[in-house]
Design a protein around this ligand. Structure first.
Ligand code: PMP
Length: 354
């Protein structure tokens, strides 16, 4: 606390990112990164960018990257907004599209950054409880006065995907506010709301290159929606930072979006490992929620989540444990690693639960 802090700063409860420990030989299954490297075309493009042009500012509109994203999804570039990680895209959506007089709605168990943005931008919010099976109950979001709605699909940290038909029901039932679907993990299940954006001008879909595209270190995310929503995001961006994506990020992300076969190959490997890991965990007595993501959310009937996380850590394996809300305290969120990493985890858990 400092007397120099503004009232807003004093009132903040900042987001706590997962750890990035500097330890050797760690099995790191705590922040949902991809275990496979980025496309070799990304690395080549980055190398070719390390030259004199760095004295110049990058393209403030990221035109080439937006064109590549447009080609990837079959959309026009006025439907695409890019930002420094999807966290930045989400932040702009909170300020530019979700901040109104009425509270916004999001699930009580979801991405813990949402209430942080509400605190930063002074947006009222209301948390909607997940159903007993941890799924999003769409009826709860219909006929509730609200300033907007946001939720991850698949949800985080549960990993459970809401069927697109249900997403459509929610979007159609709230035509006067913006519904943001945070699809950070959607590549691992395919339940995307993208086909709806041409029909629903109130739908914004947010994506990231940090998960299925193996580029968490480059910090690139994007939003897809009606050109009016995209223009709103650009107004916020150009009132905040004209150059959120540096030259490397733009060039690397463009090369990434142009290598679809590599992306599909890595994604399929992660999905196969997820199924293998889930089966292994069930064999050890875990309940594993059905995951459409690159992580699983699992609890053991006889061992507390915090104890398991600590025991794994002492064996140089880190996973994520959330103390709050209390309902998820028994769970571990485990990123799907390579098969070798998943085997190391299962072997350690066999010893711990054994
Ligand atoms: N949305 C969800 C649901 C996430 O879990 C994350 C990763 N922490 C993000 C958005 C942000 O990802 P990034 O900023 O790396 O694009």
């Amino acid at each position: 606390m400092s007397r120099f802090w503004s009232d807003v700063t004093q009132g903040l409860t900042p987001y706590i990112p997962g750890e990035q420990p500097k330890l050797a030989n760690l099995v790191k299954l705590n922040t949902n990164e991809n275990p496979y490297p980025p496309s070799p075309r990304v690395i080549d493009a980055l190398r070719a960018t390390a030259d004199d042009r760095l004295r110049l500012y990058p393209d403030p509109t990221s035109q080439q990257l937006r064109e590549a994203i447009g080609t990837f999804h079959g959309l026009s570039i006025d439907q695409i907004f890019v930002g420094n990680g999807s966290d930045e895209v989400l932040a702009h959506a909170f300020l530019g599209l979700l901040k109104h007089d009425l509270p916004i709605l999001f699930p009580d168990i979801s991405y813990s950054f949402y209430p942080v943005y509400c605190g930063l931008y002074q947006i009222a919010w209301r948390e909607m409880p997940l159903a007993a099976d941890f799924s999003i109950h769409v009826d709860d979001y219909l006929d509730v006065p609200n300033g907007g709605i946001i939720f991850p699909n698949p949800n985080a940290p549960t990993g459970i995907a809401l069927p697109v038909t249900e997403v459509e029901r929610l979007v159609a039932g709230n035509p006067n506010v913006v519904v943001v679907v945070d699809e950070a993990y959607v590549d691992f299940c395919g339940e995307t709301a993208l086909p709806l954006i041409d029909r629903y001008p109130n739908l914004l879909v947010v994506r990231t290159l940090s998960k299925a595209h193996s580029l968490a270190g480059l910090r690139v995310g994007y939003a897809l929606g009606h050109p009016d929503l995209i223009e709103g995001l650009n107004r916020v961006k150009d009132s905040f930072n004209s150059y959120p994506l540096d030259r490397f990020a733009q060039v690397g992300a463009t090369a990434c979006m142009q290598d679809r076969p590599y992306f599909e190959q890595c994604r399929d490997r992660v999905i196969a490992s997820r199924e293998r890991l889930s089966a292994g965990l069930r064999g050890l007595g875990f309940e594993v929620l059905p995951s459409g993501a690159n992580f699983v959310f699992a609890r053991h009937s006889a061992h507390a989540g915090a104890d398991l996380a600590a025991a794994l850590r002492s064996r140089s394996i880190i996973v994520r444990h959330f103390k709050q809300p209390a309902r998820i305290d028994p769970f571990l969120r485990i990123t799907v690693g390579t098969d070798a990493e998943c085997d190391a985890l299962l072997a350690a858990l066999t010893g711990i639960c054994g």
